[in-house]
Design a protein around this ligand. Structure first.
Ligand code: NAG
Ligand code: NAG
Ligand code: NAG
Ligand code: NAG
Ligand code: NAG
Length: 458
């Protein structure tokens, strides 16, 4: 399974790689911490050079660049050169497809104990942390982006499911084993394949869909104390956790992804109640709201925001607040105008995805939260943000919006492109959550080997 066959057609590239190594007088893998950055500087330099070079031709003579300047390079290289420049410089009308820059991802074929064995429990692929499964599945199903030739890959995906060891006591995922499972996977790939050592993991991609991302602990204090394991520090982490301020658990190259909501559940809900149907609930929230939250090492659940919501608005006829679990809660969201998305322990919650997918205006109450895919989703136009300290004023704030700009917000929220962007489909669809992840990775090509393909011809 882990055996590596290297196709003959790549020999040319391999030689170029070796040449590059010799030019620097040492193998690439000896540069430790600064390796990603070092490549980046080269690309910057190259991009600038190319910019002046190409803008000269653009302004002076409108000739097809690829054929003239780079006529001696092979296709891969000239394409890479183009893509390493800022596309607006070349004034190309890029389509959505082009913006993935022909990204290639190699998916490691790990023994099933790292991933698919966990699927024996059905919840593993459907619960809110299941983006680790969904991303693996979508990549595996995609012929366009997945490559079986690691030598042409821009990035390497390491599929390890860490959130499916459900506690027999409370049903929550126990993630105590996450570090050792990941560390063992990294050990396996780094001793079997050359790619990890080659970049020290810079072009390797992991999912950390649990609270506090790559710190792998559900309690913030412990998560911060444990920190991000050393072996992940150079890699790219796809994580649900994101805050705008500095936080030790996001001190790594990362992409904020949405929590997982099964697209079928959304489809089924919308079959029964259309998106633009009547919404008879003004404000909706269902979830844990403790009247007397415990002081757990100096922290209170939801920073007491949910307690305030319950105490202040329970009994207010505009608010439909429920404290108990109910499987059919999506049918309540689709009936609601505003859906509250207050922080829990961590700032993010699956309610955000469900509200958007079901057309209920999300009211985000989680100071400093960093939201997924800000280039695709115009968050300020489709949601409301209420500061944690202002939660008492919720009634007034929402009344005000309802009487002024609610229909503008709803019109933008109900745009299919917006709703599509937060859901992971089984097969990658243009504009869906997996596509957005690929788009984000395409913006990070400076961390990948393709940079070296460019360099070796400069
Ligand atoms: C490309 O350049 C334009 C103009 O200089 C800039 O506004 C834009 O943000 C750049 N895009 C990227 C992806 O760097
Ligand atoms: C699952 O979690 C339990 C409790 O934390 C732990 O004892 C057990 O070793 C874990 N299982 C695996 C296979 O890692
Ligand atoms: C990668 O480096 C580690 C530690 O230096 C070493 O044990 C391992 O054999 C190397 N892997 C390969 C494929 O050479
Ligand atoms: C919460 O508990 C911590 C000790 O764990 C204590 O220092 C702090 O004062 C308590 N806070 C409140 C508001 O009771
Ligand atoms: C709608 O109105 C509210 C309250 O005046 C304001 O905070 C918000 O930015 C507005 N949203 C949009 C999309 O115009």
């Amino acid at each position: 399974m882990m055996e590596l066959k290297r196709p003959a057609k790549n020999r040319g590239f391999y030689l170029r790689m070796k040449l590059l190594n010799n030019k620097h007088g040492r193998p690439v893998q000896q540069d430790k911490s600064n390796i990603c950055f070092r490549y980046y500087k080269w690309v910057l330099w190259l991009s600038l050079t190319l910019y002046f070079f190409s803008s000269f031709f653009i302004t002076h003579k409108p000739i097809p660049l690829s054929k003239t300047i780079f006529s001696k390079s092979n296709d891969v290289v000239s394409r890479a050169l183009f893509e390493s420049t800022n596309s607006t410089f070349l004034q190309q009308p890029w389509t959505k497809q082009d913006s993935l820059k022909d990204l290639k991802i190699y998916v490691y074929d790990l023994p099933s104990k790292y991933n698919t064995n966990w699927l024996a429990n059905e919840r593993c692929s459907t619960h809110l942390f299941a983006s680790e499964v969904a991303i693996h599945r979508a990549l595996s199903n995609s012929d366009g982006v997945r490559t079986f030739d690691p030598y042409e890959a821009d990035f390497f995906f390491v599929p390890v499911y860490v959130s499916c060891n459900f506690s027999t006591v409370n049903g929550f995922p126990a993630i105590g084993h996450a570090r050792s499972l990941l560390s063992s996977a990294v050990h396996l790939i780094s001793s079997t394949y050359p790619f990890w050592n080659r970049s020290q993991g810079c072009d390797h991609v992991f999912v950390a869909s649990h609270d506090y991302g790559a710190c792998f602990h559900a309690m913030e204090e412990r998560a911060v104390e444990d920190g991000i394991p050393d072996f992940l520090k150079n890699s790219i982490i796809l994580q649900t956790f994101g805050v705008k301020h500095h936080h030790p658990c996001q001190d790594v190259e990362n992409v904020v992804i949405p929590p997982y909501v099964p697209p079928e559940s959304v489809r089924k809900t919308l079959q029964k109640a259309p998106l633009i149907g009547h919404r008879d609930i003004f404000v909706f929230f269902r979830g844990k709201m403790e009247v007397h939250p415990k002081n757990i090492s100096g922290r209170f659940y939801s920073k007491k925001v949910r307690t305030v919501i319950w105490k202040k608005f329970n009994g207010d006829r505009r608010f439909y607040l429920q404290r108990h679990r109910f499987g059919g809660y999506q049918s309540e969201i689709v009936r609601s105008v505003f859906c509250l998305c207050p922080l829990g322990w961590a700032p993010w919650s699956p309610r955000l995805v469900e509200s958007v997918a079901l057309g209920c205006v999300p009211v985000i109450i989680a100071d400093d939260i960093r939201l997924p895919f800000p280039t695709a989703i115009p968050w300020p136009e489709i949601s409301l943000t209420v500061a944690e300290k202002d939660v008492q004023k919720l009634g007034m704030i929402l009344e005000n919006v309802a009487s002024t700009n609610l229909s503008t917000i709803q019109r933008k929220l109900w745009d299919p492109d917006v709703r599509r962007a937060l859901l992971f489909q089984d097969q990658i669809q243009e504009g869906d959550a997996m596509w957005q992840v690929l788009y984000a990775l395409a913006q990070r090509l400076d961390r990948s080997r393709r940079t070296v393909r460019v360099l070796s011809h400069s």
